[in-house]
Design a protein around this ligand. Sequence first.
Ligand code: NAP
Length: 268
Amino acid sequence: MTKVVFITGVSSGLGKACAGNLSEKGYIVYGTSRKPAGEQLPYKVIGMDVTDEQSVMAAVNEVIAAEGKIDVLINNAGIGIGGALENFSAEETQKQFDTNFFGMARAVRTVLPFMRAKKSGKIINISSIGGLMGLPFQGNYSAAKFAVEGFSEALSMEVKPFNINVVVVNPGDFKTGFTSNRVFTAKDSKGSDYDKHFRKAVTVIGKDEQGGSDPMVLARTIEKIIRKKNPHFRYIVGRFDQRLIARLKPFLPHSLMAWILSDHYKVG
Ligand SMILES: NC(=O)c1ccc[n+]([C@@H]2O[C@H](COP(=O)([O-])OP(=O)(O)OC[C@H]3O[C@@H](n4cnc5c(N)ncnc54)[C@H](OP(=O)(O)O)[C@@H]3O)[C@@H](O)[C@H]2O)c1
């Protein structure tokens, strides 16, 4: 039976590459995004905002009505809000978490009853290397991705008896729309005491992303995960040095990690 894949955030970047690749490989793909698809696509795009409970429910129900099941949920939708942690308003912090953490949790809660009923499924949560280490001036982005990590670890054990696999994917830097879609806190946009380091870090972040890997690299990893009967819990994808530092981090003292990251982002 052909697998039905539901991917959040397919209007650009990693989600778009995954949706295109999976539909080319014969999967039935439903993608979602807030922006309507402006082109003919080989998969169906449903308008959905992950921050809106009703819209998530409506999108999931539409797929269930058409296909009777969702075999794979890929939580990919995400945004980046950059800035010094001190400069984040409560609303800006909430917005970052609402998409990257609560949006993922909302989709999981909505899809799970249908996966449990079939006693099978895969939930693939797109975290980040920033979900394994706190990145300067992307602090709340990292915090929301750390939350995705804890949620996914716990979820993997809770749904295992229902034959549902949970997988976390940690991309390094990828060349997508993420850089141009990133917004900054109101205080950082106006200029603050953090300006000197903030501006240097933002330049490095943008260069890293735009010089990053091709989204198809990630799309192929996702395809591999879907094909595997028993995938690993974690896949770190991207440049070798970024995969290496993510693997080494648990063994390094914080002072060394902080030195490496501060030096890289020119905030030391
Ligand atoms: N690019 C990288 O270097 C990188 C590295 C590590 C992790 N990641 C993660 O990879 C994921 C995809 O990012 P990307 O690089 O492909 O960025 P992107 O090109 O900006 O794509 C983000 C996607 O998320 C969707 N989205 C954002 N807010 C949404 C909302 N409230 N409801 C529904 N969809 C929403 C966007 O669609 P609409 O705006 O049309 O809704 C878009 O399709 C994110 O979770 C990101 O954190 C990216």
